[in-house]
Design a protein. Structure first.
Lengths: 181, 210
C-alpha cells in the first residue's frame, strides 16, 4: 500500500461533504485513506483474506449508502471500523465462515510506514494473535491494535464491558503462553 | 512492576505497535465503485429486483429456498466431482505440475477474470448486484427465523465453497468448457439466492434497526 502524506482534517471533511452529495471521486479518496485499516481489521477478525476483502467492500458500500446518517459524532475511521466489525461479525456469528489458513507471509510483505523496531518479531506476534480464540482475538484486536477503549470495543462487539475485560485478560494470558512456548 | 505483569505490559505494548494498516491483495475499489455508482448515497432500498426470480412460494419460502439452493450447490459439487474424478480437487492439485502462481491465488480468480467462453458474459452489473445483495443480506438476515437463517448461511457457504473449488480446478484447467459452464451457473445460483433472500426478508418487518 502506498502511504501518502496524511490528509488534513479539513481535507477529509471536504471529501466527506462531497461524497454526501454523491461525488464518488471524493468517496474514493476516503476509501484510499481508510481501506488499509479497514482491511487490516477485517483480516484480523476473520482470519481469511478473501472474506476480509468481501467485508471491506461491504463496509465501504454500506458507508456510502449511509453517509447521510453519519453525523460526525465519532471520527470517520471509527464509524467505518464499526461497520467493518458488524460485517465481520455477521459472517462469523452464524458459523458460516470457513477459516482458511492464511498463506505465510501473504499479507505481511507490505511494509508499514512508521512501524517501530520491535523486540518481538511482528510475524510471530501476528501469528500468535491470529491463533487466539475468536472472542479473545476480537477484543485484543480492537483494544490492543486499534486502540479502542473497553467501552468502545464492547459496544462494537455487542458484549458487556466486563466480558470485554475478561476476554482481554484471557487473550493476554494465551498470547504470553504461545509466545513463550 | 516485575514478573508476569511486567511481561504482560511489554506484550501489550508490542501488540499496540502492530501495524493497523494491511494492504488488500488486490484493489477493492473497482467493485465498490460499481456498486455505489448505481446507488446514490443514502438510498435505502436495494436494487434487488434486478436479479430476483420468483420461484419460491411465500408460505414456506425459507425452507424451500434453503432446500433449493442446497440442491443447486450439491448438484454443482456432484457435477464437479464427475468431471474431475473422485478425489477432492485439493488432492488432485498436489499431483499436478507446480503452477506459475500459488494455487490459492489462482483459485481466487473472480468472474471478471474467468473465461466463460461463448456461453454468457457476466459484467459489472453482476458484481454490482452481488455486492448490493450481500450487503442487504447481512442487514436483513436477522429478520428470518433462526433456523432459516442457519439454513441460508449454510447453503450460501456451500455455494461459495463450490465456487472456490471450481475456481481452483479452472486454475489448473482454464480451457475446460464444462468447468466454465459450471462456474457460471454456480455464480448465478449465488446471485439468485442473495436476491431471493433479500426480497423475502425485506417483506418481514425488522425487529430492530441499528
Amino acid at each position: 500500500m502506498t502511504v501518502e502524506s496524511q490528509p488534513s482534517a479539513d481535507e477529509q471533511n471536504e471529501w466527506l461533504a462531497r461524497a454526501r452529495l454523491g461525488d464518488t471521486r471524493a468517496f474514493e479518496r476516503i476509501y484510499r485513506e481508510h481501506s488499509g485499516k479497514v482491511y487490516g481489521l477485517c483480516l484480523r477478525l476473520t482470519r481469511d483474506p478473501a472474506t476480509a476483502e468481501d467485508c471491506t467492500q461491504e463496509t465501504f458500500i454500506s458507508a456510502w449508502r449511509n453517509l447521510p446518517g453519519f453525523e460526525g459524532r465519532s471520527a470517520l475511521g471509527t464509524w467505518l471500523h464499526r461497520i467493518a466489525v458488524n460485517a465481520a461479525l455477521a459472517r462469523s456469528r452464524k458459523g458460516s465462515l470457513e477459516i482458511v489458513p492464511q498463506p505465510a507471509g501473504e499479507d505481511e510483505d507490505t511494509p508499514y510506514e512508521g512501524q517501530a523496531a520491535d523486540e518481538t518479531p511482528p510475524m510471530d506476534l501476528e501469528a500468535a494473535v491470529g491463533s487466539l480464540p475468536e472472542g479473545a482475538r476480537h477484543v485484543l484486536v480492537l483494544y490492543g491494535i486499534y486502540g479502542y477503549t473497553h467501552e468502545e470495543a464492547a459496544g462494537m462487539l455487542g458484549i458487556a464491558v466486563g466480558t470485554c475485560k475478561a476476554q482481554l485478560h484471557r487473550a493476554r494470558r494465551l498470547l504470553r503462553e504461545r509466545l513463550d512456548a | 512492576m516485575t514478573g508476569k505483569n511486567g511481561h504482560d505490559d511489554a506484550l501489550l505494548r508490542a501488540v499496540r505497535r502492530m501495524p493497523q494498516d494491511i494492504a488488500p491483495r488486490r484493489d477493492l475499489w473497482s467493485g465498490i465503485e460499481a456498486a455505489i455508482t448505481a446507488a446514490p448515497s443514502g438510498v435505502a432500498s436495494l436494487d434487488a429486483a434486478r436479479a430476483k426470480k420468483a420461484w419460491t412460494s411465500r408460505l414456506s419460502w425459507p425452507y424451500a429456498l434453503a432446500a433449493g439452493v442446497g440442491c443447486m450447490a450439491l448438484g454443482a459439487l456432484l457435477t464437479f466431482g464427475l468431471l474431475r474424478g473422485q478425489a477432492p480437487i485439493s488432492q488432485q492439485a498436489t499431483n499436478l505440475p507446480a503452477p506459475t502462481a500459488p494455487l490459492e491465488q489462482q483459485a481466487a480468480v473472480r468472474y471478471s477474470d474467468a473465461n466463460f467462453g461463448g456461453y454468457e458474459a457476466l459484467g459489472p452489473e453482476y458484481e454490482q448486484a452481488r455486492a448490493q445483495l450481500a450487503i442487504g443480506l447481512a442487514q436483513r438476515l436477522d429478520r428470518l427465523p433462526p433456523e432459516a437463517q442457519q439454513k441460508v448461511e449454510r447453503n450460501l457457504a456451500e455455494i461459495r465453497r463450490s465456487l472456490r473449488e471450481i475456481n481452483l480446478a479452472l486454475a489448473l484447467d482454464p480451457d475446460s468448457t464444462l468447468l466454465q459452464q459450471l462456474l457460471l451457473s454456480t455464480y448465478q445460483s449465488e446471485l439468485a439466492m442473495l436476491a431471493n433472500v433479500n426480497q423475502m426478508a425485506g417483506e418481514i418487518p425488522a425487529r430492530s434497526e441499528t
